[in-house]
Design a protein around this ligand. Sequence first.
Ligand code: KG4
Ligand code: ZN
Length: 350
Amino acid sequence: MLVLGIETSCDETGIALLDTKHGLLSHTLHSQVAMHSEYGGVVPELASRDHIRYILPLIQQTLLSANRTLSQINAIAYTQGPGLAGALLVGASVGAALSFALNIPAIGIHHLEGHLLSPLLSKPAPDFPFIALLVSGGHTQLMQVSAVGQYVLLGETVDDAAGEAFDKTAKLLGLGYPGGAALSKLAYQGQPGRFKLPRPMLNSKDLNFSFSGLKTAVLTLINKHELTSQTRADIALAFQDAIVEVLVEKSLTALSQTSIKQLIVAGGVGANNQLRDNLSTKAKLAGATVFYPELEFCTDNGAMIALAGALRLSIQENHTLLQPARSFTIQPRWNLAALSTIDHDSILKR
Ligand code: KG4
Ligand code: ZN
């Protein structure tokens, strides 16, 4: 079965063609980061317009590089939510229109389900069950993934997402937007131990996070010191040390609480080298393995949506879903737990 994946939930237009027998055939991405960086954040209206501009050329390019035609596609998976309403509408309307015109089924996918299943695109892939640390610009969550459609939220941020904290701190340090990668590069020049920032909620006994206080702590440091290039690097390192330690410790607690031995890291902050090094080392000591999807699958992409669509269609018992789309809806706010077929309370009580 050939599945076309369409991702347009935020500031990346991602398209992919996945063959359920032979794997990912091709995928393309257009990032709007350069366009939004001028404004210091994503401008929703500009995002929607840019998706409109790029979606059809990218579909054509993806088909061309896989040496396939529209008529060979068997199903369409598009991101139905959560995300920016206008941006979601572009992918959903194109997905539904193609489904109707080609007389093939279309399935709306939860964006975070795409992220959770994205490690299955890489080799070696984890087996079910695994713990997922989802760390992006909009989300910071620990989830237990027992099977396709069986997800339990173990903990999440009560305020800023990890990527958001990186971006806000980077802004305070005069780095561009989004600043996570730049901040982590700057941290390489930092002197270890010059500054120590708080580890929010490290001892909270649950698996929740809080990162908004960190940027305030950074601001206090900035106000107290002359901002030489060395001081900026030292602050960047102190911030990264704090956020990474909390992410690592909570991930290890999730592994030990569930007795699961596999952890996957998804989302843009998963690109952070200090996080990767510390997680891998500590998990190994605990007898667990960490899986990192390739960077291109870690951040938003169409391949994870095509994969989630293919997996969902393969377990779908309700055949009405296999009809071509006659209409479509989007869900800008959509709780992943609403998708899950698992009894949350029974898992959390174990
Ligand atoms: O998953 P993603 O591409 O987009 C969504 O938010 O959905 O994640 C982007 C986030 C941004 O906040 C960015 O600053 C952060 O990931 N990021 C990093 C690094 N690379 C990207 N944060 C820390 N270290 C990095 N190397
Ligand atoms: Zn995402």
